[in-house]
Design a protein around this ligand. Structure first.
Ligand code: GLN
Length: 304
């Protein structure tokens, strides 16, 4: 299927909407990004690439990194990860502390901040420089050997990450963080600040389209069962407390970030990534969510 005309139609339809919403400003460095960007990339099962707009422009992947830190934690620990992180939607914002206290320091799922902090803690136990391990994991998958994290964005988040520090300390008090809190927060803010384009992210997610094996170099990233579990978690928890509405409107497993990116997969068909920095109140890209909704409607392809 040639997805390019569909992407062009979506960009045209969404022109009046692009820029509506608010760019994340609680990380001061992210507030500098123009809300008027829009890019979209599809990598189909046959490897063909279809793009529109700013699909090649790198942006801050933020919480999309939680997808990859979960994959790496599962590679290291297998199903033992679930002893420390749950797999239920939270129904609360990604940086909420409420459930964490009530549920004895075990985060609801790996895609809210405390869940990702636990996955980062697992990486801190295994790697001397965990953020570099995440970058090195992503370079071959994305096809960008020069990929890096943005030091100014990481430092900007680290200076203001009081809520994440509160969560990390609470989990440490409950015995659910093995490493030093500051070490975990440093690594977390750095992997959130990794910069990738829509094209690179869509390439990096191809193993989730192919049952855990990346078709480029046939590297087995995860077994089929764990790949299935990750897609299920993306559907139920990948877009924060808007996940139910997102499944209703879009119908694809997806992971979003406050940089304005949303990465989604249609198992057996394609990986798609959209970027537009202005967000709706849950923290998902406003134009990006609409674009994916139009994409599954116009192509008639969703998991439902
Ligand atoms: N780094 C961001 C934070 O911890 C990521 C949040 C997000 O993208 N939803 O707040």
């Amino acid at each position: 299927m040639d997805y390019t005309p569909v992407l062009q139609q979506i960009e045209h339809e969404l022109k009046p909407v692009i820029g509506q919403g608010r760019v994340a400003s609680y990380i001061p460095e992210l507030a500098k990004v123009s809300p008027h960007h829009f890019g979209m990339a599809v990598v189909a099962i046959d490897g063909s690439l279809h793009t529109v707009g700013d699909a090649h422009v790198p942006f801050s992947i933020q919480s999309i990194s939680k997808l990859f830190t979960l994959v790496m934690a599962l590679q290291l620990e297998g199903e033992r990860v679930w002893d420390r992180v749950g797999r239920e939607p939270s129904g609360t914002p990604f940086n909420s502390l409420i459930q964490l206290e009530a549920e004895s320091g075990k985060p609801r799922n790996p895609f809210i901040n405390p869940g990702a902090l636990v996955c980062t803690d697992i990486l801190c136990t295994r790697y001397a420089v965990p953020e570099n391990a995440v970058v090195e994991f992503l370079r071959p998958l994305s096809g960008n050997k020069a990929m890096h994290y943005n030091r100014a964005v990481a430092a900007s988040e680290r200076r203001t990450s009081h809520r994440n520090a509160a969560m990390a300390h609470l989990m440490k008090a409950f015995g659910n963080l093995a490493n030093d809190v500051d070490e975990v927060l440093d690594a977390y803010c750095r992997h959130c600040a990794i910069e990738m384009s829509c094209v690179e992210l869509a390439h990096a997610a191809r193993f989730l389209v192919h049952g855990g094996t990346h078709p480029g170099d046939h590297a087995a990233i995860l077994g089929t069962s764990l790949a299935k579990r990750i897609n299920a978690l993306m559907l139920t928890c990948g877009t924060y407390d808007a996940a139910g509405d997102f499944a209703f409107r879009v119908g694809l497993p997806a992971k979003s970030g406050v940089g304005g990116g949303i990465l989604a997969v249609m198992p057996g068909q394609y990986a798609v990534c959209v970027w537009s920095p202005a967000l709706e109140p849950s923290g998902n890209s406003l134009a990006g969510s609409l674009a994916l909704e139009r994409f599954t409607t116009l192509t008639g392809q969703s998991i439902f």
